[in-house]
Write a protein that binds this ligand. Structure first.
Ligand SMILES: [Mg+2]
Length: 218
């Protein structure tokens, strides 16, 4: 890493290291350390070349809620990692994205009461900013791991300082984790981070690859 400041991932409506309350895993299961890092558009909901610009435009892919619920029942925590350049391009403010994500959470839980998203991280930067947080760079995955591990111990995240790239040396075992996406940038971020990449078809999304993920996790 050079002397450039790291352009970090963002969370909806709060600072990156503000408190994070995790919802218990289903059936009293203990977290086994696995994280399912999920791209958003083409994985959970239908994407668009013109972006998803409002809560009304959020349309889930078939059985997306059931697939997220199945991951959590298998002991995964869920970290959504989504590039959101419309913010950096000035199309709309981050508050719009927070409302879009509130709708996404609501629809997933309608599909399956276990389908909680433990954490949603986004990169608000435009492509030309070269952000470490923007896929195919792995900054969102790096932050996701550190945030979820810290929150599992203490939801207040007191003293948490997120490290990136070569500054983060004590990395967790990601051999049981997966990154699911529908595009090359998702596969690139998975490779850079060092986690198994699973590419889904954007017309079927997560539900189209859930059996493959769960077989690999068994
Ligand atoms: Mg996508």
């Amino acid at each position: 890493m050079g002397c450039e400041p790291i352009l970090e991932p963002h969370r909806d409506a709060v600072g990156l290291t503000d408190g994070l309350d995790l919802t218990d895993l289903p059936n009293g299961a203990q977290w086994n350390g696995r994280i399912a890092y999920l791209d958003r558009d083409g994985v959970l909901n239908i994407g668009s070349e013109d972006y998803v610009n409002s809560p009304e435009q959020v349309v889930l892919l078939p059985d997306a809620g059931l697939a997220v619920g199945a991951l959590r029942r298998a002991g995964f925590r869920i970290c959504v990692v989504t590039n959101q350049s419309p913010i950096g391009r000035g199309h709309w403010p981050s508050g719009t994205l927070a409302r879009i994500h509130a709708r996404l959470r609501e629809l997933l839980l309608e599909g399956d009461p276990d389908a909680h998203l433990d954490l949603i991280l986004h990169s608000p930067y435009a492509p030309w900013e070269g952000a470490w947080a923007r896929k195919p760079n792995p900054g969102m995955l790096e932050a996701g791991r550190q945030l979820l591990e810290a929150a599992a111990k203490d939801s207040n995240l007191v003293g948490l300082f997120i490290r990136f790239d070569d500054d983060w040396t004590d990395r967790a075992d990601e051999s049981g984790s997966v990154m699911v996406g529908d595009r090359g940038v998702d596969m690139g971020a998975a490779f850079e981070f060092g986690v198994k990449a699973i590419r889904c078809d954007p017309s079927s999304g997560l539900a189209g690859v859930i059996d493959k993920i769960l077989e690999g996790a068994a």
